[in-house]
Design a protein around this ligand. Sequence first.
Ligand SMILES: NC(=O)c1ccc[n+]([C@@H]2O[C@H](COP(=O)([O-])OP(=O)(O)OC[C@H]3O[C@@H](n4cnc5c(N)ncnc54)[C@H](OP(=O)(O)O)[C@@H]3O)[C@@H](O)[C@H]2O)c1
Length: 491
Amino acid sequence: MTNKIDPCTLVLFGASGNLARVKLYPGLFRLDLLGRLPDDLKIIGVGRQIVDLDAWRADIKSMLDTKFKKGYDQAVFERFIARNFYHANPPTDPDAFSKLKATLSDESVFPQNLAYFLSVRPVDFAPVVESLANVGLTQEDKYWRRVVIEKPFGTDLPSAKTLQAAITKHLKESQIYRIDHYLGKSALQNILLQRFTNTVLEPIWNNQYIDHVQITNTEMLGVGDRTQFYDSTGALRDMLQSHILQTLALTAMEQPKDLTPEGVRDAKIKLLEEIRPIPVSELEKHAFRAQYAAGNINGEQVPGYLDELGNKDSVVETYAALKLFIDNPRWKGVPFYIRTAKRLHEADTRISIRFKKAPLQINDQDQNWLIIGIQPRECIKLEVQSKIPGLDIQTRTIQLDAANRWESDDSVDAYEALLLNLMQGDNSNYLHISEAEAQWRLVDPVVKAWAEDKRPVHQYPAGSRDPLESKVIFEAEDQFWRYSIELGGDK
Ligand SMILES: NC(=O)c1ccc[n+]([C@@H]2O[C@H](COP(=O)([O-])OP(=O)(O)OC[C@H]3O[C@@H](n4cnc5c(N)ncnc54)[C@H](OP(=O)(O)O)[C@@H]3O)[C@@H](O)[C@H]2O)c1
């Protein structure tokens, strides 16, 4: 399905920042290469430095040269570069936004539907919206006005509510596009399609057949040069609160009434609001945190988190695991284990579903697992029991393993998909405020309890598997962390 795009102007705040350079300009150029940008789309970068148009266009060329090392189509490049303009917004200029309005009012250059992408620091989201509104640039009369708010939308529930209150003074919910870039990934969008376009999955997708679900994101990388940012955020807020809870929502939600943005978002909101609050009085049975210590990654010795940070007292987690229950008839009694970690032995994002014991038990056989790989491999794997050929009655586990992505498929970056959705007016892959709030409501008590607990945090050597102590959150003795490839996992 493709949606029509109205003529529009994309106004990109933070145009010379990291995200714009690495993702947004290359993403827009790729969309142009694919013929997906409307002919009359214009892009105006807004930054705080004063830069003339030729220098700005040369800078965009350098962003593209860095990204597309093998070169690119010159005719498309000429077309793309001609779409681009620049507006300087020095913080010292009280008239900067009036000047922006004056520039944009030239209808012969700029289509009047306006999409603002706020690729600025989170503290600047509300002031930029306010400044746009003050000069009348958020008002929808004849033309639409949309505003993309980058991640994170607040750092806890109160700050998310404060940001929401500030921007809804000027914007309707339908104008606000909150980013969780995971939702732009084809592999995430596939969860919904794979679940509901196959007859075989839906009948077994419930507590009658499913023992538990694991949603995992592990990295081999450490925090790198983001130590200060990371120490003010932690794994729980950085990954679980957003990307992993969205993955859970898509995995567990009911079938949307239709595939409209409202249909999909209503189903996700309902699911997120049905997750049972984590009982802080029994936190150690529901949540586990740890930090990586020095260790070995791919044969290379790497330092531990506290050494990198230069602060032995930090209790901020680089490993976070939660056990969640969903209070609805489909999932009653089924634990969902979600976890994320840096410097583990493998880098993998996946959904692993273990089914209940089969009625016939031949030997000490494993239960069926269904694994949906998100990255690096986009795949679906089903493990089933099968007789070992020969004279004896014995079974072994075999895998039905299929790639969701073929080599010939387009590889589209999440930001490309999201930018296209923005221009199409399709916000189904952006967060509704109710989703952002439900996610903060769930994790806030854990973040707070962990921050207040200053006891030394469990350590795991870089390059190792999950800390053994993390198993404390499992509901049943026979549950174990499922890894990506190997059969049977690490029991
Ligand atoms: N980078 C990523 O991969 C990534 C990933 C996830 C989320 N995000 C989010 O995306 C946003 C941008 O991140 P970033 O890494 O690109 O940050 P960044 O490198 O610090 O860039 C922010 C840019 O915003 C500009 N800016 C600030 N106020 C402005 C204003 N009033 N008008 C116009 N420009 C203004 C800054 O200009 P000066 O250079 O002149 O100060 C700077 O170039 C943040 O909210 C971040 O949380 C980024």
